[in-house]
Design a binder for this molecule. Structure first.
Ligand code: NAP
Length: 507
């Protein structure tokens, strides 16, 4: 197999892309399954993925920590019901170290391209640090790992300081500054209450108001920690209760009508938190709750009522060197611009070219279609963690991730037993799966909720979310079904491998 660098590619059986929750979780389970020939290709210089990159003030998980942890690595020490980012990052590091997978991580290995070779039945990956040839590629790139700046004219002319929430500049002192925040999603809702007391003036530019849901975060007591350490079953019970509670939310999200029940509660809470009717009107959504990601917060709206805060709903026309200019012509003078504008959705495998040489990004230009969020027809031996239709608006994504990990381990074992070099999901199986998803998504808050959101594709469908309950996803992936896949044949590969081995012997 030829390499773009001119050097022979490094060979490994399994290349995992990304050392976040997904890639490291996969690595741990591979190791436990006795599969040791893998590398984790990580673009950065440290592990942790999104929990390394997002360090903005107030950054914390918005699903209870007992549920937002690996089932095989419960953490009795979580400090809060919703633990903060540094603790989650530490958890990832500790669990990875305890399971001895860190030695498999190759830092500075951003995957910039790759193609499937039908003859060798292997992937050739091009990374920033050279080429890697792998029989299997598993993407743990994360669905929201690349921050995107807003498409606003003049953004690059701003002469003050600008940064994205996912690249927080901790050296930039906000004390007394006039700060503009663009965006009011889950990230902004967490950092706005933290920076509001510090800044001189805070202008929050809101395009669409978000529905909020109570967080009720609290410190977990020393007694609870001791009980969880002594009786792990108690922690499992708490986790099970949280799981069921969140499945009940999934029930409500099945239709805009059902979710109306909790919209009333959210409206009443907004009335309590925001006395000013004009501000309250600005903050009241006009679409079904859950259509966009629900913001789990108790302090976002109260922070917006403070005297040094102004919520600007006029759309942004342009940015000038010292101001944000809105459509009504008002120039809002600011010193610092913080972009809470979100992420490119699901960059998984964008650079990879499958059987027909087409990059996945191109194949997916209107709709990301996969099978069980894990495999894609025409891209053999390629698995995705948190791929299409695996995002969740109601519970912990780690539940989905763990199902996928165990499915992939089963697939690898099946191939081992069969002696085949590759598997590729049957296009008809993938099509039927996606037709079914489309039917199940119809009428839910995500497609019929009347909003614009990162969940939605350009054609109004969604390839981001799983439309049902978590248990349904877990059931669908519980058993790897060989009949869903076409297996490659070994003969060609044997020939290529023998020739290569001969070349190696010849030197
Ligand atoms: P986001 O939800 O995509 O929000 C981006 C915000 O920027 C929205 O308010 C959007 O307005 C606004 N925006 C984008 N472009 C704009 C423009 N050109 N002009 C004006 N406003 C613009 O991003 P995020 O808050 O970073 O959150 C992303 C996701 O990360 C969340 O949905 C959630 O899944 C995850 N998250 C999770 C946690 C956690 O605790 N686990 C915490 C933070 C984030 P529109 O609404 O009008 O598009």
């Amino acid at each position: 197999m030829s390499s773009t660098t001119g050097h022979s590619p490094r060979r490994v059986r399994i290349a995992i892309i990304g050392a976040g929750f997904s890639g490291l979780g996969m690595a741990i389970r591979l190791q436990q399954a006795g599969i040791g020939d893998f590398e984790i290709l990580e673009r950065a210089a440290d592990i942790g993925g999104t929990w390394r990159d997002n360090s903005y003030p107030g950054c914390a998980v918005d699903v209870q920590s007992h549920l937002y942890s690996f089932s095989f690595a419960p953490n009795p020490e979580w400090s809060h019901t919703y633990s903060p980012q540094p603790e989650i990052w530490d958890y990832i590091k500790r669990v990875s170290a305890e399971h001895d997978v860190l030695r498999h991580v190759r830092f500075g290995h951003e995957v910039i391209g790759g193609e499937w070779n039908e003859t060798t039945q292997r992937w050739l990956l091009h990374t920033a640090a050279g080429d890697v040839e792998a029989q299997f590629v598993i993407s743990g790139m994360g669905p929201l790992s690349n921050p995107i700046p807003p498409d606003i004219s003049g953004l690059d002319t701003f002469a003050g300081h600008t940064f994205h929430s996912a690249r927080w500049d901790h050296d930039h002192d906000l004390t007394g500054k006039r700060v503009a925040v663009i965006g009011t999603g889950s990230s902004a809702a967490q950092f706005v209450p933290e920076i509001q007391p510090k800044v001189g003036k805070l202008l929050v530019f809101q395009r669409t108001p978000g529905w909020t849901f109570p967080r009720n975060n609290r410190r977990i007591s020393a007694v609870e920690h001791a009980l969880y350490r002594r009786f792990p079953v108690l922690q499992r019970l708490v986790r099970a209760r949280q799981y069921l509670y969140r499945e009940a939310i999934a029930f409500l999200l099945q239709s805009p009508k059902r979710v109306g029940v909790i919209e009333g509660v959210a409206r009443r809470r907004l009335r309590k938190q925001v006395a000013d009717p004009d501000l309250r009107a600005k903050l009241t959504p006009d679409y079904a709750m859950g259509c966009k990601r629900i913001i789990v917060t108790d302090d976002f709206h109260p922070a917006l009522t403070r005297p040094n805060v102004e919520v600007v709903t006029e759309s942004i026309r342009e940015i000038r060197p010292s101001a944000v200019v809105t459509a009504d012509g008002t120039e809002h003078e600011v010193d610092t611009l913080i972009l809470g504008t979100g992420f490119q959705v699901m960059p998984v495998a964008d650079p990879l070219r499958g059987r027909d040489g087409v990059p996945l990004a191109q194949r997916w230009s209107t709709r990301r279609e996969a099978y069980l969020g894990t495999t894609v027809a025409g891209y053999p031996n390629y698995f995705m963690l948190v791929g299409p239709n695996t995002a969740t608006g109601h519970t912990s994504v780690l539940l989905y991730l763990e199902s996928q990990i165990s499915y992939i381990v089963q697939a690898l074992r099946h191939l081992d037993r069969s002696g085949a070099p590759s598997l590729d999901v049957r296009p008809d199986v993938q099509d039927a799966f996606n037709r079914d998803l489309g039917e199940r998504l119809a009428g839910t808050v995500w497609t019929a909720g009347g909003c614009r959101s990162w969940y939605l594709d350009s054609d109004g469908g969604t390839s981001a979310l799983w439309p049902g309950y978590t248990w349904q996803f877990q059931k669908a992936l519980r058993r790897f079904e060989p009949a869903d896949y076409r297996l490659g044949t070994a003969s060609e590969v044997d020939t290529v491998d023998s020739a290569r081995d001969l070349d190696l012997v010849k030197g």
